[in-house]
Ligand binder design. Sequence first.
Ligand code: SF4
Ligand code: MG
Length: 336
Amino acid sequence: DKLLLEVKDLHVSFDTYAGEVKAVRGVNFHVNRGETLAIVGESGCGKSVTAQTIMQLIPMPPGKIKKGSIIFDGNDLAKYSDKKMESVRGKEISMVFQDPMTSLNPTMKVGKQIMESLIKHQKMSKDEAKKRAVEMLKLVGLPTPEKRVEQYPHEFSGGMRQRAMIAIALACNPKLLIADEPTTALDVTIQAQIIELMKDLQIKLDTAIILITHDLGVVAKISDRIAVMYAGVIVESGTSNEIFYEPKHPYTWGLLKSVPRLDLERKERLLPIYGTPPDLFSPPAGCPFAARCDYAMKICKEKYPQKFGITDTHHVHCWLQHEMAPEVKHPLAEGG
Ligand code: SF4
Ligand code: MG
């Protein structure tokens, strides 16, 4: 069975004094073993909440899974108790975050932080765990790993800390790695190295990856498939080629316009998407992107766009795909 994770009709809300924030509003996606799915969208679109819900890392309350299932390797994680999740986190599914300083323990040697999960989940002896910690630091490309295991996080540079985080996350050889903006805090050269490293490790270890990012440029090299998220829903999904070369949703066009194009002669101005996402206390009944969309029609404001299949792998929620809609050529097709 190649299917590893299937998220079905997931709804996640947060109770606040101002009312219920509907952060995730019916999300569906799957991840196959060993592949990379990127979830892309602006901040606040629900991508991090989705990831944290898979790991049960959202505070409940005020957070709540209102509906849906998270089938991982045949079991529904949405029904797992906190205690049962303990045996999944770090062992079956691991997570790396944007800022390693918040997830690394500053008072504990890096080697010891890798050893902890090995001793807990793999029941390794201290000596075995230490040997494995050195191997892991070597695997993530840290020079002199024997010295590095004995050092504290503050003795590492930003890029090295992110490598150490990845070493911790992968130590128990999880089936799934969730990386939430793993390179956002790093400068561009280091970003590229970390992405390269993740791709390399994925091939070596056969780990599936969910890569969460606001930057479509980051995902280009590493993703097999891409899901574009907006205002708590997935508006378009497809293979990387489909999303990059045949995008169908106006929001995806906007995201692509803000990626620097290396294949264009002229230096294109990066175009921001004007406007702000809808309020998630009372999301609109129609298309959530309507208020910002250059192509919005009457129906867009009234009715939520159904799912249109472009290919077996490519789906979009946009009324432009309706047979009655006018034909619109996406702006990138004409060469930017
Ligand atoms: Fe724009 Fe309408 Fe498509 Fe929404 S459904 S993205 S408003 S054209
Ligand atoms: Mg986030």
